[in-house]
Design a binder for this molecule. Sequence first.
Ligand SMILES: C[S@@+](CC[C@H](N)C(=O)[O-])C[C@H]1O[C@@H](n2cnc3c(N)ncnc32)[C@H](O)[C@@H]1O
Length: 269
Amino acid sequence: MNESRPLQGESSVAQHDVIISTCEDAPFQNIGHKARILSPQEAKKLAEDQISVSDFKQAKLEKEAQKNWDLFYKRNSINFFKDRHWTTREFEELKTCREFEDQKLTILEAGCGVGNCLFPLLEEDLNIFAYACDFSPRAVEYVKVGENVLNFKKLDLLILNKVSLLCHIFVCQVLKPGKCVLFRDYGLYDHAMLRFKSASKLGENFYVRQDGTRSYFFAADFLAELFLSEGYEQVVNEYVLRETVNKKEGLCVPRVFLQSKFQKPQKET
Ligand SMILES: C[S@@+](CC[C@H](N)C(=O)[O-])C[C@H]1O[C@@H](n2cnc3c(N)ncnc32)[C@H](O)[C@@H]1O
């Protein structure tokens, strides 16, 4: 993307030690409402996974979530995630939702990391004003540096600490009728979910990595319930299935993402 931010990291995979070498840009893709069908071995593996992490450890992970992500960025700086150049391809509304050609779009990215999603988007479309937040102060600092290097004067950073709830409330309350939330995260039965050892299971579809960061694998109906209960309408809520090639091991692995769009109704009900 640019010389100042050399990004050679692995793709955004849920278990950081994974050695997948191509990424979500891979050409094969399948979109649908149904979760990936597991092989008998995979189904058996998941069925046998028990939650063995103690309540004490669970509470500690929750308390230290922010610290653990911050340490992640201390170790990896900006070198872990690849820039995501597919955002406008996957979310066409980022281009098409303007009411008139020169309309400036205002977006908020919750959990922006070091800007791998945001910077390519801002490079591609100079008519976007972005707010971004992340609970890792280090990640936010990296975004600020990138902002200076790239001269994105339009980027205005909001640091919301300890915020998944606040962010959620912020997004839900601030959005005006007709505005929407674009969502993309790991989907149910993603390859990374199957790779977790049983001892890493924290709850249903919820796992902890070795570095203490946690990963949730979203089921479409679960996400829909969350948004509908906040008064949103579902526009799109689909699994995106991809095959990613691990060149080193000659393996092809199934990646699953949940990709969704929820909209604040035009008129409050
Ligand atoms: C997998 S990274 C994705 C970063 C970025 N969205 C991207 O596409 O590259 C997830 C990010 O979410 C942030 N995060 C996780 N939980 C958060 C929370 N409760 N509040 C704010 N940020 C959070 C982490 O610090 C991390 O930077």
